[in-house]
Design a protein around this ligand. Structure first.
Ligand SMILES: Cc1cc2nc3c(=O)[nH]c(=O)nc-3n(C[C@H](O)[C@H](O)[C@H](O)COP(=O)(O)O)c2cc1C
Length: 195
């Protein structure tokens, strides 16, 4: 049997920045635990915003034909999900919010069409911010928890890093990178126990 697949979702529009480096560390921890890992970079995916047409409430499927078709398959095959993102204007960046809104078919299936809940899987969130506004991490955390709820992902933990702005700033926080690695390892081990 294959080892569990841990899917990392990189939610920044900036490649190789602080949140992606943290996510890399988490996926490294997951790989060390024996999981297969895959990183999805949402900024490079061909995905378009939810139209709010509610067709998914009738069919359980999204009518938009774009890169989400592959991403839905990837999400369905993941045994664990770890999201990494910065805070942008208190919440997640628009590239990630587009992905989040496209999770509506999962909500429609369980809440409208009364289909069975998805299988429970472990997950976590890594979130970084520059600071300078009074709103902290909380809106980004709630958005991510809301998506995890419809995907059947148990939110096992998070790592938050403050005062990072330039793309390499997180390099000055080896303890945070280590925390991310430990989160990835713990999530992978949890996924293995559920196999
Ligand atoms: C458009 C934009 C909006 C931002 N809004 C916030 C904010 O509301 N709160 C905050 O603490 N930092 C904010 N930041 C700073 C980012 O969170 C910070 O630069 C972070 O390290 C970027 O992560 P990344 O390297 O993974 O892209 C913002 C940055 C940008 C570009």
């Amino acid at each position: 049997m294959d080892s569990p697949l841990v899917l990392g979702i990189a939610g920044s529009p900036r490649r190789h920045g602080n949140s992606e480096r943290m996510l890399d560390a988490a996926l490294k921890g997951a790989a060390e635990a024996g999981a297969r890992v895959h990183m999805l970079v949402v900024a490079e995916a061909d995905i378009h915003p939810c139209r709010g047409c509610n067709s998914c409430s009738l069919t359980g499927e999204c009518v938009i034909r774009d890169g989400m078709r592959e991403i839905y398959t990837l999400i369905d095959s993941a045994d664990a999900i770890i999201v990494g993102s910065p805070v942008f204007f208190a919440t997640v960046p628009s590239v990630l919010k587009i992905l989040y809104d496209r999770m509506q078919p999962y909500w429609a299936r369980t809440h409208v069409l009364k289909l069975p809940l998805p299988r429970r899987r472990p997950g976590g969130y890594i979130v970084v911010r520059g600071g300078g506004d009074p709103y902290g991490f909380v809106a980004a955390q709630y958005s991510t928890k809301s998506v995890f709820a419809v995907l059947g992902v148990d939110y096992l933990g998070e790592v938050k890093v403050e005062s990072v702005d330039s793309p390499s700033d997180v390099g000055r926080h080896p303890e945070a990178l280590e925390e991310a690695r430990a989160l990835g390892k713990m999530i992978a081990e949890d996924a293995m126990r559920r196999e």
